[in-house]
Design a protein around this ligand. Structure first.
Ligand SMILES: *[C@@H]1O[C@H](CO)[C@@H](O)[C@H](O)[C@H]1NC(C)=O
Length: 261
């Protein structure tokens, strides 16, 4: 290969990669004005940004024996931390310890609403909801970290259950679900740091906020498909029975009449 060809490949490959980017991909600074908008819009009102001097939850922490979110719950609600995992998706029913081999979400290993294997590696976490934060191309590690934090927090942190979008008295609501969060407070400085880390990365808001909805729809689609196929087979079988009855060879009678050899 001549030097010229290398040069062409060198120019063409990034262009191809760029060309393959979905049309809704933009830099974070094009999508969000600041960290507050990022935290509040990206997850459809799951989080609300509060000034740093107000109580707010922590998406990440280091002292595994002392989850600081427990104290935040006491400060905000005056109650002890939840004994159950109120949010249900991949979650456990009640928080419990995970082994020392718990992967990415290690801060929660003493008391966790996620199974260690659900959040074993970044790759597994990216595959959880079918579409990931990096579909606009590889993210900088600095930026990706914040998405890992958020996902660990959502999957493993028991106190997210205090911020469900719908409570269990609202099952009649057309949008009722047990996975959606609403206005869980986050500190402004944290959201600003997230925005700063992601400034030059590409992202698409388009589908990210609806990933979970799509998954619900997919589940429904599969169920309807299975029910449909079953109904079709049932129809086919009954018309077969009717046909046999009409042609004077009823299936069940014929079976019974068979002598046992
Ligand atoms: C559930 O939410 C609705 C609407 O916000 C509220 O009116 C109702 O009191 C709540 N029920 C319980 C048991 O918290």
């Amino acid at each position: 290969m001549k030097i010229g060809n290398y040069a062409i490949a060198f120019v063409a490959l990034p262009t191809l990669a760029f060309g393959a980017r979905h049309p809704t991909c933009q830099t974070f600074t094009e999508i969000y004005a600041d960290g507050t908008e990022l935290c509040e819009k990206m997850f459809s009102d799951a989080f609300v940004v509060v000034p740093d001097d107000q109580p707010a939850y922590h998406m990440w922490f280091f002292d595994t024996d002392n989850n600081p979110n427990d104290q935040v719950t006491r400060d905000i609600f005056g109650t002890e931390p939840l004994e159950e995992c109120n949010v249900q998706y991949f979650h456990k029913q009640v928080p419990s310890p995970e082994g020392d081999d718990m992967g990415e979400c290690h801060p929660w290993k003493q008391r966790s609403c996620c199974h260690g294997e659900t959040v074993g590696s970044v790759e597994e976490m990216k595959a959880l909801y079918g579409s990931s934060w990096d579909r606009c191309g590889t993210m900088s590690e600095a930026c990706e970290r914040f998405f890992v934090f958020e996902l660990c927090f959502y999957e493993c942190e028991p106190s997210v259950g205090l911020f469900r979008r719908f409570n269990d008295s609202q099952t009649d609501h057309p949008d009722f679900n047990t996975w959606q969060l609403y206005q869980m407070p986050m500190k402004k400085s944290y959201c600003d740091a997230w925005f700063d880390a992601c400034k030059n990365d590409f992202f698409s808001e388009e589908r990210f906020s609806t990933i979970k909805e799509e998954k619900e729809v997919n589940k429904l689609g599969v169920s309807l498909g299975v029910i449909g196929a079953f109904a079709f087979l049932l129809c086919l079988f009954s018309s077969f029975l009717v046909h046999r009855e009409r042609s004077g060879k009823p299936v069940f009678v014929a079976e019974k009449a068979n002598p046992v050899a």
